[in-house]
Ligand binder design. Structure first.
Ligand code: WT7
Length: 652
């Protein structure tokens, strides 16, 4: 192998465990090895075939137009209605009585909504939006708790060709009004509030304050969920007084394949939020195909549960568009995993006999910390497939997920993608791939991924570098709303003709891909580029560690020194001996170069609202600086608690 010092990103972690799918799972799998072959032989023919999963009112003339790169057009000239594909066609196929959504409120109230009912409600909402003057191309901001009306509102927009922009219900007045203004939205759909952590949490007051700053908003539609008191203005209308009285008949119009479907803002770590633009035909094709292939979706027997919020792209693609386009039955849950008790998720799996669970590593590590005895109290035997998304999943958390939740048999699909990619890009195929704990493994059929060095040269087996995408894909972003230059600069300027996602990755000796975190977070220690993910996974593999975050802090000798923040599993032991044991454990697992300079035991870690660790803030602590911007933190008081509670364990 090449001199380690010259590697773009060091490859330190070795993982030998591998779990082939069960023979019966493999035999019944929706997608098998031939899909790779087929896509490799003719990528565009492959996507042409997948687009036929959908009902189009006008067939496309061309699969892809990339002549105006990096602005893609897919299924050029084709026309369809996205909502018709997600709802009406299942009713027409005779599946109107199938449950579309099992909705579970946090306090324990529940609703079941069949495709017949979903269809009627989407039609009523579409008629209401039209009555309020919303036309194709107009922008509608959706600021909702996790209630069925959130999905219904999205589908109603799609049905009339309006462009929705869902803003996560935990965001502030500033965040909401910035997004309304950037999108130039005409309407907001919201609720009085939602239940979170055992109490009603208001949304309407945030909308009121935001709308005051945004004169483009003409009407506000309000779902009544918590029945808390709300202020009322002449722009406000109750859902139950408008939508509920509207006609349940609605004739869907067809829209161009490239008609905008939604804008979703990603905050990123710096700068103004980017309005990621997705369009219709390509987006729906790839979300539908990936839900079918990666989750092995069997709509007449599966119960699918994606635990993400609709405010994130995961909720768009794997609660609304992917599963519903396939006629799936799903669970949607309003609240938090520990309300009213820490077994809430497993109680829901048991109640609805969930077969397929899609969750984030941050949640899995939290469940691991809460203890094995909690899931053990429930019948989880309905689960046949597990998914992970949002961050690298540490091998230890992966094994725990497989054993304690998946009964030691359910395959795990670790799915890599982004708001920008729209759908899953890298993932095992559950009936085909022998899965490896911690690796997202292989690009899906029809997707071209490469790991390259600084000079855009492909790194070989055993090498690390930048994760790039070589060919356009159907659900790719079509740009940043209102800022074409920023789109080119952000994604297409680092390497020529390659989309660069910002992530580091390595290829192991079998050619499988391992995501190594954001390249901005890579630590430079004595000339070696070391990924945060590998050091964190090494720490989590110690039996006393539930979660870890590492950062590079400037060091007079080594350039950067590794500083680790660790959440204990069970009883905390911050004795110097124990902390030193953890440092040695990393050195033994990854080699002496990766030995942390310092380990600190903490009670919690600073995370964004979607659960990603904010290493920037931890670097501020590690380098003893004033804290930077904390506004995107899930809980802004966490930093002062970390500072107060720190016990350091450096023996340097
Ligand atoms: C970033 C995208 C994709 C929906 C949720 C997040 C990280 C995502 C994985 C994974 C390692 C992952 C990447 C990516 N990420 N999935 N399976 N393994 N890292 O969407 O907020 O746009 O974040 O999440 O860093 O670039 P997002």
């Amino acid at each position: 192998m090449a001199d380690k010092n010259k590697d773009t990103l060091a490859n330190l972690l070795n993982e030998d465990r591998s779990f082939p799918p069960h023979a019966d799972f493999a035999a019944a799998a929706n997608v098998k090895a031939d899909a790779y072959e087929e896509a490799k032989n003719d990528r565009l023919a492959f996507w042409d075939k997948q687009a036929q999963r959908l009902d189009w009112t006008k067939k496309w003339d061309r699969v892809l137009d990339w002549s105006n790169a990096p602005f893609a057009e897919w299924f050029v000239g084709g026309e369809l209605n996205v909502a018709y594909n997600c709802v009406d066609r299942h009713v027409e196929a005779g599946n109107g009585d199938r449950v579309a959504l099992y909705w579970e409120g946090e306090p324990g109230d529940d609703r079941r909504i069949t495709y017949n009912e979903l269809s009627a409600e989407v039609n009523r909402a579409a008629n209401t939006l039209t009555d309020f003057g919303i036309e194709a191309g107009d922008r509608v901001v959706i600021y909702m708790p996790m209630v069925p009306e959130a999905a219904i509102a999205m589908l109603a927009c799609a049905r009339i060709g309006a462009v929705h922009s869902v803003v996560f219900g935990g965001f502030s007045v500033d965040a909401l009004s910035d997004r309304i203004q950037d999108a130039g939205a005409k309407m907001v759909i919201t609720a009085d509030g939602g239940f979170r952590k055992g109490k009603p949490s208001g949304l309407k007051e945030t909308v009121d304050a935001a709308v005051e700053r945004c004169d483009t908003i003409e009407n506000v539609l309000v779902v009544q969920r918590t029945k808390q008191d709300v202020a009322w203005t002449s722009k406000d209308h109750w859902w139950h007084e408008t939508v509920s009285n509207a006609s349940s008949e609605h004739q869907p119009k067809s829209f161009d394949s490239e008609h905008p479907l939604f804008i979703l803002y990603t905050s990123g770590t710096t700068g103004k939020p980017k309005g990621i633009l997705h369009t219709s035909g390509g987006y729906l094709t790839q979300t539908s195909y990936t839900h079918h292939a990666v989750f092995d979706a069997k709509p007449d027997s599966d119960v699918f549960w994606c635990t993400a919020d609709v405010g994130w792209v995961t909720g768009h693609s794997y609660i609304v568009y992917g599963p519903l386009s396939n006629g799936a039955t799903q669970v949607m849950y309003e609240g938090t995993p520990d309300t009213p008790h820490k077994g809430r998720f497993w109680e829901i799996v048991d109640k609805y006999k969930v077969t397929t669970l899609y969750a984030a590593p941050t949640a899995i590590r939290t469940f691991m910390k809460w203890g094995d005895d909690i899931p053990a109290q429930y019948d989880l035997s309905s689960l046949r497939l597990l998914g992970s998304v949002g961050e690298p999943i540490n091998p230890e958390a992966w094994m725990w997920y497989r054993e304690k939740i998946g009964g030691g048999t359910a395959p795990i699909v670790d799915t890599w993608w982004q708001t920008e990619t729209g759908s899953i890009m890298i993932s095992p195929l559950p009936g085909e791939t022998a899965t490896k704990p911690g690796s997202a493994q292989v690009p899906l059929p029809g997707i071209s991924i490469d790991v390259v060095d600084d000079d855009a040269k492909s790194v070989g087996a055993g090498g690390g570098g930048f994760l790039t995408i070589g060919e356009p894909w159907p659900s790719m972003l079509r740009g940043i709303w209102g800022d074409d230059e920023r789109y080119k600069k952000t994604y297409w300027s680092r390497f020529e003709n390659l989309y660069f996602a910002g992530d580091g990755a390595k290829r192991d000796d079998d050619g499988d891909l391992w995501l190594l975190g954001r390249v901005d977070d890579v630590m430079l220690v004595s000339g070696h580029n070391i990924s945060t993910t590998e050091v964190e996974s090494a720490l989590v593999s110690h039996e006393t560690v539930a979660e870890a975050a590492v950062v590079g802090a400037s060091d007079p000798v080594t350039g950067q020194g590794i500083v680790a923040f660790v959440i204990p599993r069970g009883e905390a032991d911050s004795s110097p001996e124990h902390l030193s044991e953890l440092r040695n454990h990393v050195a033994q697992t990854l080699g002496p170069i990766a030995k942390p300079r310092q380990v600190m035991m903490v009670g919690e870690l600073p995370k964004t609202r979607s659960g990603k660790i904010m290493r920037r803030l931890l670097r501020d602590i590690a380098e003893d600086r004033e804290l930077g911007d904390v506004t995107t933190l899930q809980d802004s008081s966490v930093m002062s608690r970390i500072k107060e509670g720190l016990s350091t364990g450096s023996d340097e």
